[in-house]
Each structure stands twice: as structure tokens, then as C-alpha cells.
Design a protein around this ligand. Sequence first.
Ligand code: ATP
Length: 238
Amino acid sequence: MTLLSVDNITVRYGRLTALRGVSLKIEDGETIFVTGPNGAGKSTLLKAIAGVVPAAEGAIVLGGQVITGASPESTARLGFSMVPEGRHVFGGLTIEENLMLGAGMRKDRARVGEDLKQVYDVFPMLRERKDKPAGVLSGGQQQMLVIGRALMTAPRLIAIDEPSLGLAPKVIDQVYETLLKLRDSRGLTLLIVEQSSTRAMMTGGRMILLRSGQVVLEGDARTLARGDTLKKAYFGYG
Ligand code: ATP
């Protein structure tokens, strides 16, 4: 079943066109990597789906409902959760308070406690430190926290912007292990933005290459990451 369908969207920032006629479909339970050079429009794509930036043209449909022009609150209510680049935690709030912010809009309060327990089961390190201010966490731990917070919105689709950025390879491994565990145990659909294709090659799934605001290549992540086509398309030659 198609969970998300992005149909021919264009996004502009003033006179700059950041996305031009981008289309993609994501099936339930799939893992999709969006890759591409700096300024290709990767973050803009996530923001447009989330309703943070408006699409000037095109349509976005999530779980059968048109969400083009919807607010970030409504897209979150419909099951889309975005983890923006840069690991924004509230350093003065405790870890648990940060997690509970994710559940702020939920009406199913009874399930929130259960989900918090599940997040702690996935990230025992967060449980151990739940009453500590989030500011004490390392970069990798903060990445876990923002993923945990996104999970507290009870998403069907979680979109993560550059989860590896600035993390040590070992920590990146842990982040990915957790993501894949969540995908398999909770049937979570993953949309991951990464500039490098290394992780996509290890994780598998589908890969979409954006360049200058357009989808220039799409296919099986492992196959693409192994061959020359991706490199050539990435840098715009061949
Ligand atoms: P990076 O990997 O560097 O984050 P990206 O692929 O995520 O790049 P975007 O951040 O989506 O690319 O940016 C796409 C284009 O839109 C770039 O040219 C960028 O400078 C521009 N842009 C992004 N945000 C804004 C904004 N708020 N106002 C004006 N231009 C913007």
C-alpha cells in the first residue's frame, strides 16, 4: 500500500526554485534514502512533506489524505514525523520532558505512557538518564533523543535529516541499528536523508538522488551505491 505520494511538487524560496517537479511514492514499511549534493533540495523535500514550507505546485498525499498546504500539526496528526537536521534538544529540560514534547498533541493519552516505555526499551540509555537535563547528552545520545521524541508522536512514517552528521562511525552504527529495529518491530516506514550513500548500501532499501531540485536517479540502494551510475549522476557528468 502506498503510504506517501508526492506528485510533481515545486517549492520556491522567493526567486529560487528549490524543488522542481519532484515526484515519489513510498510504500508502507519501506526504507527510502534521499541523497544528493549540498543544496540539492533534500531538506526542502522533507519540509514540504511536513508542511513547514509550502509547495507552490503539486500534491502530497499521506495515507490517502491530501496534505498539501496542511500545517505541521496536521501532518504530524496523520502520522508523519520529521527529525530535522541538527538535533534540536531542549538542553534545560530533562530527557523525559523532551520526549513528552513529542506527545504534546496526542489525544490518546492512555497510549502515551505505553509508548514512553517502548521508547525507553529501545533506548535504555535515555531511561537511565531520564531526569537529567538533555544538555548533558553527547551528540549521539542527542540523536537518539530526537528520534525518541519523534517516536512519541506515534508516527507511521518518520523522516530523518542527516542522522549521521557529525557522529563517530560507531555511533552511526548504533543509530542505524535502532532505526532498523524500529522498522522491523513497529512496521515503521523510514525516509532518510544522507549525503553519503555508504549507509544506504549497508541498510538497503530504495534510493532517490536529488540534484538541483530534481530527481535524477532512483533505484535499489545497494545496486546504485555499488555501481558508477550514482557517482556520475551525483556529480552531474556521464
Ligand atoms: P544540504 O545538504 O546542504 O542541507 P539540501 O539538499 O538539504 O542541502 P536544501 O536545504 O533543501 O538543500 O536547499 C535547497 C536550496 O534552497 C539551496 O539552494 C538553499 O540555499 C535554498 N534554501 C534552503 N532554505 C532556504 C530558505 N529558507 N530561504 C532561501 N533559500 C533557501
